[in-house]
Design a protein around this ligand. Sequence first.
Ligand SMILES: O=C(O)CCC(=O)C(=O)O
Ligand SMILES: [Fe+2]
Length: 369
Amino acid sequence: MQIFKPFLDLFNYVIVLLCVPLKYLPSTYPFLPKRLRAFVESWDLEMINAYINSYGKKIYMDQRASFIHPENYRPLVQSSPEYHLSEADIRGFYENGFIGPFTICSPEEMVTLREEIDLQIRTPSDVYDHPCGRDRHLDCEAVQSLVTRPQLTERLAQILGPDLAMWRSGIFRKESGAPETAWHQANTYLMEEGYKPTLFPPNLDRLFQLTTWIALDDVDLENGCLQFVPGSHHQINKMLVGGKGAEGFANVQVKIDAEIDPKTVYSAEMKAGQCIIFTERVIHGAQANLSNRRRWGMTFRTVQPSVKVYDDEMVHNVKYLKKRYDTGKWGILMLRGQDKFGVNPHYLKPATNRNANQSEAAAVPVLWN
Ligand SMILES: O=C(O)CCC(=O)C(=O)O
Ligand SMILES: [Fe+2]
């Protein structure tokens, strides 16, 4: 069953309609075909109704969940004073949905790192066997050396806990004139496969993941820095698929079904080498790059090791990218602490310097996955 695309497919629509009674009959789930069962289990009635009532034009951005704050905002690990977050900082993160900027490396160091990263990601990935921007924290030394620094891991640990598993990274390269990244939200990455999520946390309503966006160039409003709607992470909104006023996210035209007051928007202007940490449930996006400078950023997603990723599937099919990824060699990278759960494979092969040849440089799209 394909839910995400094409949205107005009559076959999909009828199947979804037929699933409504199943939501009231959980005892039937073990007898359903695998895909149908995954759909009925991961889409709640509100999500199904939104799809049906809009004739397939409105779809929830991700699995609905509440966002429960912790009992207190004390840091979850002790860290050295230079990386310390106060209770007020952590409360600010829970209230706004993001925190930063923090400096991971100097702009001068980023000049060298950026060149290495640019060359290295053009070589075939050890994980996916072809040149790509996805998950290069696993096999490229320059990327790995960046994300394992205490400037990042100690801050993540104070919010997410002592044990940190990085499961996904990607690169958003916006050259001068590149289009916007439409406002969006994510949670368990349901929209990748459409009928089932990508992440399976033990408790959907708690914080289980943090995203870190590292600026490879200086980023500001003019070249399309990342932007956030503070406090918008307490609910997952619907999106209108296509239609008037829709903007681009990867291959899809979407418009978030929420009022956004431009006065409240926070623009994460940063120097190269700085990062912002956020929950991807917060509404975020970026304007078009209207400058004559480029805007490259890398995004890194870290979960608590109790979160199961990919449901043991061998191929992960990302509908909106129109791409399939063989997950046979994929694994989590422990950035810090221990994996006491063992629900995911670990990536153990050392990252290497790849000595890419500049002449191999290929045209690289904006979201290079
Ligand atoms: O860099 C961008 O334009 C978007 C990044 C983003 O949406 C993310 O990292 O989740
Ligand atoms: Fe995002």
